[in-house]
Design a protein around this ligand. Structure first.
Ligand SMILES: Nc1ncnc2c1ncn2[C@@H]1O[C@H](COP(=O)(O)OP(=O)(O)OP(=O)(O)O)[C@@H](O)[C@H]1O
Length: 355
């Protein structure tokens, strides 16, 4: 559905991005300055690659081997930015119908995004969330073949974002439009897309289904980017069907069991383990693993307690507030926890080891 192969040398930055995805919605996820927006611009035709091929569904946009470059105006791309880019001197209706002569279509998108009632207002007279809905309506009105979203929700409040995610899922589903979303927010990746491309310094580091990538980051850098917090080093002592056991490098030789690990992992390999904050199991289930560790600190938050354990490195665990009274946990004392192997990931390289 989306094929992107883009090479572009810019002054001080090289873009070399390749991925193919059959998913309808793809996220480009990376730290700032990794080339996400440039990749989007290449798909839109605003940046001409030196080399490569871009295909969206069944339409080739660019193919350097055939010297083919489809001009941006012929790509029918709906582009949405963080700053809305609405025309300030035009009403909502005029903004949405700009470039679309089909009034029925304009009415349809206004209705779908519930902005019929503000059709006569100017952008300065509506809220940030409404502005973004108008911008989305304008992008949809001219029947795009693909929607390109460059951090369109980053300026909005969380509750507004959730509302817009819902709308976006509905309209994209209804009009069956493929979408490429640039974001810094992995929650957004989960909410809106079926495939994620993780980039770094102009290159692709990892691709896949968001949930699989989240639990199986290829290295500590990606894990950190995805929000993993607790990293420990250890050695694989046992590989079995669906599990590995890792002996931590700490004094007590604690064994951890993990369900997320590279397929070709071998016994004896030195690895890194990430324990996710929500790894605490409610009960000592059959496959959960018991750890005993000194509590270094506890922070009470609105809905949870954040506990920092010393396991030869700091391990951050979240305890739901409702469960906290069941635990006898005190700063400076040893406590026992059961961890679920499905919330423990093993990978080969950690961030400290990389340049
Ligand atoms: N026209 C250009 N010429 C030269 N360098 C550029 C040009 N446009 C962008 N860059 C550089 O390319 C790099 C990647 O930029 P890009 O905007 O694609 O990053 P990004 O991943 O989208 O970042 P952010 O999340 O901050 O928007 C940056 O270092 C940027 O300064």
């Amino acid at each position: 559905m989306l094929e992107v192969s883009v090479k572009k040398e810019l002054e001080g930055f090289s873009l070399d991005v390749q991925f193919i995805s059959e998913a309808k919605s793809v996220a480009l996820f990376a730290p700032s300055g990794s080339g996400k927006s440039l990749t989007l611009q290449a798909i839109a035709g605003l940046l001409k690659p030196d080399e490569g091929r871009i295909k969206v569904v069944d339409r080739v946009f660019f193919d350097s081997s055939k010297r083919f470059f489809l001009p941006p105006q012929k790509r029918r791309v709906g582009y949405l930015f963080q700053d809305y880019a609405l025309f300030p001197h035009m009403t909502v209706w005029e903004n949405v119908s700009y470039g679309c002569r089909d009034e029925k279509r304009v009415e349809e998108v206004l209705k779908m995004l519930e902005i019929q009632d503000i059709r006569n207002r100017f952008p300065r007279e509506i809220s940030g969330g409404q502005k973004q809905r108008v911008a989305l309506a304008r992008a949809l009105a001219f029947e795009p073949k693909v929607l390109l979203l460059d951090e369109p929700f980053s300026a909005l409040h969380k509750s507004l974002k959730l509302e817009l995610y819902k709308r976006l899922r509905e309209v994209v589903g209804e009009f069956s439009i493929p979408m490429v979303l640039v974001t810094h927010d992995f929650d957004e990746v989960f909410e809106l897309t079926d495939y994620v491309v993780i980039m770094e310094k102009g290159e692709v580091k990892q691709t896949g289904v968001p949930v699989e990538v989240f639990f199986n980051p290829i290295d500590g850098k990606v894990a950190k980017l995805l929000g993993h917090q607790s990293f420990l080093s250890g050695k694989v002592v046992f590989v079995m069907d669906g599990y590995v056991e890792v002996r931590l490098g700490d004094r007590r030789k604690q064994i951890l069991r993990a369900k997320n690990f590279p397929e070709d992992l071998k016994e004896g390999e030195n690895v890194f383990v990430s324990i996710l904050p929500f790894a605490v199991a409610l009960n000592p289930l059959e496959d959960s693993v018991k750890i005993s560790a000194v509590v270094k600190d506890i922070f009470r938050e609105k809905d949870k307690s954040v506990v920092i354990l010393d396991l030869g490195g700091d391990v951050v665990l979240h305890l739901p507030f409702s469960l906290s009274p069941n635990y006898i946990i005190e700063k400076g004392r040893e406590a026992d926890f059961y961890l679920s192997p499905s919330c423990i990931s093993v990978f080969r390289r950690c961030y400290e080891k990389e340049s």
